[in-house]
Write a protein that binds this ligand. Structure first.
Ligand code: NAD
Length: 428
């Protein structure tokens, strides 16, 4: 018999149901928060360079806007589905709430494969997408940002199309713009630095001086590299980093038990976060199979690549020394292993808190764009630090007071804030 395909929205709803039970939410609010407030799917005709026209599917989900304008990324992915976009919109709603941003959550996507599209074709998709949503979006209503396979250039095309439609400048319509085009300083560092700010606070809770700790990373892209950078600056020892290798379609882990030289590692890494496996031995690194990152004798594990990386089949490989699991990626831990991690005394920093630095900086960009006045990198990063630190404190204080796991604590605080906003506004 065929197995039912994995459905991300069902997983997000299962997490929500567990939290709604803990919060004892009643029927109307529970049902209202379980499904998107507004969603649209549409067909998007796109003229290819060959002259042929292809019809793509587009999705836009505004999950909940009770706390403010909805905010979310737009993904270009060949396997995009409405349910994936619903799940991401739901998680973004909780993520904005846990770090106390005055924003709701949304997500968007177009089912297409950017690897096989030219730049002009991509531009036509971006402009076509904006034409479909322009009248349900805007800087004080619904703000787009980049996600998988979209970046600053896509955001700029979308902004240009939106401003053409509405007939005036409106740089707050999208975030993730190039810094010289109303973008924010610090955007590329923010998600990774945010992860390490929460690790710094967790180490304080555990009474462990950072300079006496070591860490192993899975992923050395935008998030993993910047998390490793701040960890290195704080005095921690990076022992192992794993990444994907495109040339032989496999993964490798690079290790130096005495500590990896961060700057040299960056110098042999490409823009996709791929470390050159031929150059690694020249800097004294051992080259191991990719999954070795999980079994290192370290204090901190940082999965910063993909979902479902820590599972029932590999949890036994985690070294007994590990004390912190910082979920830099979205959904890196299979829900079935949470209990075992807790039993082993590992402090989990859940993804919707750990990697919220990206949306915090997007919010800062929105604020700066709406004012048309821009902050320095130091100003952005110091504001990021205070928001992440106080969110971490909220979560750890609530967990301690109520004897909860950090994951239950994060979800209960976030969902409760959104539920209260809906009730305060009289929506329910
Ligand atoms: P990225 O594409 O920049 O980097 C991904 C890294 O993971 C690369 O080093 C790649 O080689 C590595 N990788 C890919 N497959 C792997 C595998 N099977 N095993 C080991 N390494 C592998 O991506 P990113 O932007 O750094 O995002 C990483 C994660 O963080 C994703 O889950 C993403 O959803 C999440 N996230 C990203 C942001 C953001 O603003 N970029 C914000 C929040 C969360």
């Amino acid at each position: 018999m065929d197995e039912k395909p994995f459905n991300l929205f069902e997983m997000a709803q299962k997490q929500f149901d567990h939290c709604a039970d803990l919060l004892e939410l009643d029927y109307p609010i529970r049902e209202f928060l379980r499904i998107p407030m507004r969603e649209v799917q549409f067909s998007l005709p796109v003229r290819l360079d060959s002259g042929e026209t292809r019809i793509l599917r587009g999705f836009h989900v505004q999950f909940n806007d009770s706390r403010g304008p909805t905010k979310g990324g737009i993904r270009f992915h060949p396997l995009e589905t409405l349910d994936t976009i619903r799940a991401l919109g739901m998680w973004m709603t909780w993520k904005c709430a846990i770090v106390n941003l005055p924003l709701g959550g949304s997500s968007s996507g177009v089912a297409c494969d950017p690897h096989s599209l030219s730049s002009p074709e991509m531009e036509r998709i971006c402009r076509g997408f904006v034409r479909r949503i322009a009248h349900q979006s805007g800087p004080d209503w619904d703000v787009l940002g980049p996600d998988i396979m979209t970046g600053p250039q896509h955001m700029l095309w979308m902004l240009d199309e939106y401003e053409t439609i509405i007939g005036r400048k409106s740089p707050g319509f999208v975030t993730g713009k190039p810094v010289h085009h109303a973008g924010s300083q610090g955007r590329k560092e923010a998600p990774g630095y945010g992860v390490m700010i929460t690790v710094r606070e967790a180490l304080k809770d555990l009474n462990m001086p950072v300079e006496k700790t070591s860490a192993s990373f899975q992923g050395f892209g935008l998030v993993g590299m910047h998390a490793a950078q701040l960890y290195h600056q704080m005095g921690g020892t990076i022992k192992c980093v794993a990444c994907w290798n495109q040339s032989d379609c496999t993964t490798y882990a690079f290790r130096d038990v005495k500590g990896i030289d961060f700057d040299r590692l960056v110098s042999i890494t490409d823009r996709f976060g791929e470390i050159d496996k031929n150059k690694a031995p020249e800097m004294g690194l051992e080259v191991l199979p990719g999954d070795a990152w999980i079994e290192q004798d370290v204090d901190i594990l940082v999965p910063a690549a993909l979902e479902n990386q820590i599972r029932p089949d590999n949890i036994s490989r985690i070294h007994p020394k590990v004390r912190i699991l910082a979920e830099a990626a979205n959904g890196p831990t299979n829900p079935d292993v949470d209990a075992e991690l807790i039993k082993r005394g590992i402090l989990i920093i859940p993804d919707i808190l750990a990697n919220a630095g990206g949306v915090i900086c997007s919010y800062f960009e929105q604020v700066q764009s709406n004012m048309n006045y821009y902050w320095s990198r130091d100003e952005v990063l110091s504001k990021l630090d205070s928001l992440m630190t106080s969110a971490y404190m909220d979560v750890s204080g609530f967990a301690r007071k109520n004897s909860l796991s950090p994951r239950d604590s994060v979800y209960m605080l976030a969902v409760d804030r959104v539920a209260r906003s809906c009730q305060d506004r009289g929506l329910i």
